[in-house]
Design a protein around this ligand. Structure first.
Ligand code: 5RP
Length: 226
Protein backbone atom coordinates (compact mmCIF):
# COMPACT_ATOMS: atom_id res chain seq x y z
CA UNK A 1 0.00 0.00 0.00
CA UNK A 2 2.76 2.41 0.95
CA UNK A 3 4.55 1.88 -2.37
CA UNK A 4 1.40 2.63 -4.34
CA UNK A 5 0.80 5.83 -2.37
CA UNK A 6 4.41 6.93 -2.86
CA UNK A 7 4.06 6.39 -6.59
CA UNK A 8 1.05 8.71 -6.68
CA UNK A 9 3.18 11.47 -5.16
CA UNK A 10 6.07 10.80 -7.53
CA UNK A 11 3.78 10.74 -10.56
CA UNK A 12 2.12 13.99 -9.56
CA UNK A 13 5.51 15.69 -9.06
CA UNK A 14 7.07 14.27 -12.23
CA UNK A 15 4.15 15.27 -14.42
CA UNK A 16 3.93 18.75 -12.91
CA UNK A 17 7.67 19.32 -13.44
CA UNK A 18 7.36 19.00 -17.23
CA UNK A 19 5.32 22.21 -17.27
CA UNK A 20 8.70 23.98 -17.14
CA UNK A 21 9.59 22.53 -20.55
CA UNK A 22 8.84 24.85 -23.48
CA UNK A 23 9.03 24.32 -27.26
CA UNK A 24 12.53 24.35 -28.72
CA UNK A 25 14.28 23.69 -25.42
CA UNK A 26 17.24 21.44 -24.77
CA UNK A 27 16.19 19.36 -21.76
CA UNK A 28 18.22 17.33 -19.26
CA UNK A 29 16.50 14.16 -18.14
CA UNK A 30 17.25 12.62 -14.77
CA UNK A 31 17.19 9.03 -13.60
CA UNK A 32 14.84 7.17 -11.29
CA UNK A 33 11.20 6.43 -10.71
CA UNK A 34 10.10 10.07 -10.43
CA UNK A 35 12.01 11.14 -13.55
CA UNK A 36 10.29 8.21 -15.29
CA UNK A 37 6.88 9.90 -14.94
CA UNK A 38 8.28 13.12 -16.39
CA UNK A 39 9.73 11.21 -19.34
CA UNK A 40 6.43 9.47 -20.07
CA UNK A 41 4.58 12.81 -19.95
CA UNK A 42 7.14 14.46 -22.23
CA UNK A 43 6.67 11.59 -24.68
CA UNK A 44 2.94 12.37 -24.78
CA UNK A 45 3.65 16.07 -25.33
CA UNK A 46 6.05 15.25 -28.17
CA UNK A 47 3.35 13.15 -29.84
CA UNK A 48 1.17 16.26 -29.69
CA UNK A 49 3.85 18.34 -31.43
CA UNK A 50 6.27 19.55 -28.75
CA UNK A 51 9.69 20.01 -30.34
CA UNK A 52 12.55 19.40 -27.89
CA UNK A 53 15.80 17.48 -27.64
CA UNK A 54 17.09 15.88 -24.47
CA UNK A 55 20.31 14.73 -22.84
CA UNK A 56 19.88 11.61 -20.67
CA UNK A 57 21.69 11.05 -17.37
CA UNK A 58 21.89 7.26 -17.69
CA UNK A 59 21.56 4.37 -20.09
CA UNK A 60 18.20 3.59 -18.48
CA UNK A 61 16.91 7.08 -19.19
CA UNK A 62 18.21 6.92 -22.77
CA UNK A 63 16.30 3.68 -23.23
CA UNK A 64 13.12 5.34 -21.93
CA UNK A 65 13.71 8.27 -24.31
CA UNK A 66 13.83 5.83 -27.23
CA UNK A 67 10.72 4.07 -25.93
CA UNK A 68 8.73 7.31 -25.60
CA UNK A 69 10.04 9.01 -28.77
CA UNK A 70 12.15 11.76 -27.18
CA UNK A 71 14.93 12.94 -29.55
CA UNK A 72 18.44 12.86 -28.10
CA UNK A 73 21.22 15.41 -28.26
CA UNK A 74 24.68 15.42 -26.68
CA UNK A 75 27.23 17.80 -25.20
CA UNK A 76 29.10 17.54 -28.52
CA UNK A 77 26.20 19.48 -30.04
CA UNK A 78 25.00 21.78 -27.25
CA UNK A 79 26.73 23.77 -24.53
CA UNK A 80 23.74 24.71 -22.41
CA UNK A 81 20.67 22.87 -21.21
CA UNK A 82 17.61 25.10 -20.73
CA UNK A 83 15.91 22.96 -18.11
CA UNK A 84 16.69 19.70 -16.37
CA UNK A 85 14.10 17.56 -14.63
CA UNK A 86 15.35 15.08 -12.07
CA UNK A 87 14.43 13.43 -8.78
CA UNK A 88 16.32 13.40 -5.48
CA UNK A 89 16.78 11.23 -2.43
CA UNK A 90 16.67 14.13 0.05
CA UNK A 91 16.13 17.88 -0.32
CA UNK A 92 16.83 20.28 2.57
CA UNK A 93 15.47 23.74 3.35
CA UNK A 94 18.25 25.40 1.29
CA UNK A 95 17.52 23.09 -1.69
CA UNK A 96 20.80 21.23 -1.14
CA UNK A 97 20.27 17.59 -2.02
CA UNK A 98 21.44 14.04 -1.71
CA UNK A 99 21.24 12.23 -5.03
CA UNK A 100 22.62 9.02 -6.46
CA UNK A 101 20.41 6.40 -4.88
CA UNK A 102 20.04 5.06 -8.41
CA UNK A 103 23.76 5.33 -9.09
CA UNK A 104 23.58 8.03 -11.79
CA UNK A 105 25.06 10.84 -9.67
CA UNK A 106 28.03 11.67 -11.91
CA UNK A 107 26.01 12.24 -15.07
CA UNK A 108 23.20 13.88 -13.11
CA UNK A 109 25.64 16.38 -11.65
CA UNK A 110 27.30 17.12 -15.01
CA UNK A 111 23.87 17.71 -16.55
CA UNK A 112 22.66 19.82 -13.59
CA UNK A 113 25.78 22.01 -13.71
CA UNK A 114 25.19 22.64 -17.43
CA UNK A 115 21.56 23.65 -16.86
CA UNK A 116 20.06 27.11 -16.67
CA UNK A 117 17.25 25.73 -14.55
CA UNK A 118 17.09 22.51 -12.52
CA UNK A 119 13.62 21.35 -11.56
CA UNK A 120 13.61 18.65 -8.88
CA UNK A 121 10.50 16.50 -8.58
CA UNK A 122 10.00 14.64 -5.31
CA UNK A 123 7.37 13.07 -3.12
CA UNK A 124 6.96 15.09 0.07
CA UNK A 125 8.71 12.37 2.09
CA UNK A 126 11.99 13.48 0.47
CA UNK A 127 11.88 16.93 2.12
CA UNK A 128 14.12 17.03 5.20
CA UNK A 129 15.39 19.57 7.70
CA UNK A 130 18.92 18.11 7.63
CA UNK A 131 20.48 15.89 4.97
CA UNK A 132 22.06 12.60 5.92
CA UNK A 133 19.48 10.01 6.92
CA UNK A 134 19.69 8.73 3.38
CA UNK A 135 23.19 7.24 2.95
CA UNK A 136 25.30 9.68 0.92
CA UNK A 137 26.53 8.06 -2.30
CA UNK A 138 30.16 8.85 -3.12
CA UNK A 139 31.46 7.70 -6.51
CA UNK A 140 35.08 6.57 -6.25
CA UNK A 141 37.62 5.34 -8.78
CA UNK A 142 38.39 1.64 -8.55
CA UNK A 143 42.13 2.07 -7.96
CA UNK A 144 42.84 2.12 -4.25
CA UNK A 145 39.15 2.18 -3.33
CA UNK A 146 39.94 0.40 -0.05
CA UNK A 147 42.08 3.38 0.95
CA UNK A 148 39.41 5.86 -0.19
CA UNK A 149 36.91 3.86 1.86
CA UNK A 150 39.14 4.20 4.95
CA UNK A 151 39.36 7.96 4.49
CA UNK A 152 35.60 8.24 4.00
CA UNK A 153 34.95 6.18 7.14
CA UNK A 154 36.82 8.85 9.14
CA UNK A 155 34.11 11.38 8.27
CA UNK A 156 31.79 10.08 10.93
CA UNK A 157 29.85 7.01 9.88
CA UNK A 158 30.05 3.64 8.20
CA UNK A 159 31.31 3.79 4.61
CA UNK A 160 29.83 0.83 2.79
CA UNK A 161 30.81 -0.27 -0.70
CA UNK A 162 27.67 -0.66 -2.80
CA UNK A 163 26.97 -4.18 -4.06
CA UNK A 164 28.56 -7.38 -2.87
CA UNK A 165 32.01 -7.17 -1.27
CA UNK A 166 33.43 -9.51 -3.92
CA UNK A 167 31.46 -7.88 -6.76
CA UNK A 168 30.90 -4.16 -6.13
CA UNK A 169 28.28 -2.24 -8.10
CA UNK A 170 29.96 -0.56 -11.08
CA UNK A 171 28.66 2.78 -12.34
CA UNK A 172 28.29 3.72 -16.00
CA UNK A 173 31.62 5.54 -15.58
CA UNK A 174 33.35 2.31 -14.46
CA UNK A 175 33.63 3.54 -10.86
CA UNK A 176 32.44 2.15 -7.54
CA UNK A 177 30.01 3.77 -5.10
CA UNK A 178 30.61 4.03 -1.37
CA UNK A 179 27.49 4.89 0.65
CA UNK A 180 28.26 7.04 3.67
CA UNK A 181 25.80 6.69 6.54
CA UNK A 182 26.19 10.03 8.33
CA UNK A 183 22.61 10.43 9.67
CA UNK A 184 22.94 14.17 10.14
CA UNK A 185 25.00 16.42 7.88
CA UNK A 186 25.57 19.68 9.75
CA UNK A 187 27.27 21.60 6.99
CA UNK A 188 26.76 20.16 3.49
CA UNK A 189 29.02 22.75 1.83
CA UNK A 190 31.95 21.98 4.14
CA UNK A 191 31.39 18.23 3.71
CA UNK A 192 31.35 18.56 -0.07
CA UNK A 193 34.72 20.37 0.05
CA UNK A 194 36.17 17.71 2.36
CA UNK A 195 35.00 14.92 0.08
CA UNK A 196 36.31 16.60 -3.06
CA UNK A 197 39.76 16.89 -1.48
CA UNK A 198 40.08 13.08 -1.35
CA UNK A 199 41.93 11.99 -4.52
CA UNK A 200 39.95 8.80 -5.08
CA UNK A 201 36.59 10.56 -5.01
CA UNK A 202 35.22 10.98 -8.54
CA UNK A 203 32.08 12.82 -7.49
CA UNK A 204 29.65 12.98 -4.62
CA UNK A 205 25.90 12.74 -4.27
CA UNK A 206 25.82 16.09 -2.48
CA UNK A 207 24.22 18.55 -4.88
CA UNK A 208 24.94 22.01 -3.49
CA UNK A 209 23.09 25.03 -4.89
CA UNK A 210 22.00 23.12 -7.96
CA UNK A 211 18.22 22.96 -7.58
CA UNK A 212 16.29 26.05 -8.69
CA UNK A 213 12.76 24.73 -8.31
CA UNK A 214 11.41 21.85 -6.22
CA UNK A 215 8.09 20.32 -7.23
CA UNK A 216 6.60 18.41 -4.33
CA UNK A 217 4.02 15.71 -4.94
CA UNK A 218 1.64 14.36 -2.31
CA UNK A 219 -0.17 11.11 -1.82
CA UNK A 220 -3.51 12.73 -2.73
CA UNK A 221 -2.06 13.68 -6.14
CA UNK A 222 -1.68 17.39 -5.37
CA UNK A 223 1.54 19.32 -5.95
CA UNK A 224 3.28 22.43 -4.64
CA UNK A 225 6.04 24.35 -6.39
CA UNK A 226 8.77 25.61 -4.05
C1 5RP B 1 19.47 8.55 -9.24
C2 5RP B 1 18.93 9.65 -8.41
C3 5RP B 1 17.45 9.72 -8.25
O1 5RP B 1 17.02 10.97 -8.66
C4 5RP B 1 17.11 9.52 -6.82
O2 5RP B 1 17.67 8.28 -6.40
C5 5RP B 1 15.60 9.50 -6.60
O3 5RP B 1 15.06 8.39 -7.23
P1 5RP B 1 13.50 8.09 -7.23
O4 5RP B 1 12.84 9.19 -8.01
O5 5RP B 1 13.41 6.75 -7.90
O6 5RP B 1 13.03 8.06 -5.80
O7 5RP B 1 19.62 10.47 -7.88
O8 5RP B 1 20.87 8.54 -9.24
Amino acid sequence: METIQTDVAKKAAGEKAVEFVKPGMIVGLGTGTTAYYAIVKLGEMIKEGLDIKAIPTSAGTLQLMHQYGIPQTTFAEVEKIAVTIDGADEVDLDFHMIKGGGGALMREKIVAQASEKVVIAVGENKLVRHLGKFPLPVEVVQFGYEQTQRLLAKLGGPAIIRGAAHAPYITENENYIIDLQLNHINNPIELENQLKSIAGVATTGLFINLANVVVVGREDGSTTIL
